[in-house]
Design a protein around this ligand. Structure first.
Ligand code: SF4
Length: 219
């Protein structure tokens, strides 16, 4: 909640800057506590995210990539951040790595992609496909936490080290933790490699295949 409070404060400062202010007193923000409650419907949460300017990524994005899929999915996949194709379309996982993820879901989990929910740690594309900074990831985190709370998946698959780190708070290398099960509040977290890593390292596909087979067993 502290992150969201800081993020909302930052948003107010951006608004004032746009209005031409170069100085303001901190006390301006101490009188009225902003409403820190995120909407309790996915639709309203998405609407809020689509208009979000809480972090620097809003300055360079084309579209906010909130997430898509079955809003009552048992399995949710969380990646790091939208790429160029996602940024221009507003849809998650539609580039080459998205195609690979779709094949993995449909050929190994044996369910259509539309049956799962897909999202990312940050909803806006970092410039040059850089890893999101800790500030950006923490600022965006309340949206992801709320998405998970509303969708209530039984399994959340963290795709890659960044997704695993921000979902678990653990800094361990993805190669050490992949394929393990981590009990979180209300769901099981399963880390595995990100499909973009598999495009660069096709030999790791067999490990992801094993991880997905395990997930199929859990289903
Ligand atoms: S990345 Fe998240 S917090 Fe930052 S502007 Fe986009 S939606 Fe808002």
């Amino acid at each position: 909640m502290k992150n969201l409070k800081n993020a909302l404060l930052l948003k107010q400062l951006y608004l004032l800057k746009q209005l031409g202010y170069s100085y303001t007193s901190v006390s301006t923000f101490q009188e009225d506590e902003p409403d820190l409650t995120l909407p309790n419907s996915l639709e309203k949460l998405k609407k809020q995210a689509l208009e979000c300017h809480l972090c620097d990524l809003s300055k360079s994005r084309t579209k906010v990539v909130f997430g898509e899929g079955n809003t009552e999915a048992d399995i949710m996949f969380v990646g790091e951040a939208p790429g160029a194709t996602e940024d221009s379309s507003g849809k998650p996982f539609i580039g080459r790595s998205g195609e690979l993820l779709t094949k993995m879901i449909e050929n190994v989990l044996l369910i259509p992609r539309s049956e799962v929910y897909l999202s990312n740690i940050v909803k806006c594309r970092p410039r040059d496909n850089a890893e999101p900074t800790a500030t950006e990831a923490h600022t965006c985190h309340p949206y992801l936490v709320k998405q998970i709370a509303l969708i209530k998946p039984k399994i959340v698959v963290a795709l890659g080290a960044t997704a695993y780190h921000y979902l678990s708070g653990d800094d361990s290398a993805i190669s050490k933790v992949r394929g393990s099960l981590y009990k979180q509040q209300g769901y099981t977290l399963v880390p595995t490699y990100h499909p973009s890593y598999l495009l660069r390292n096709p030999s790791a596909k067999k490990e992801v295949f094993e991880d997905l087979k395990m997930i199929r067993g859990l289903m």
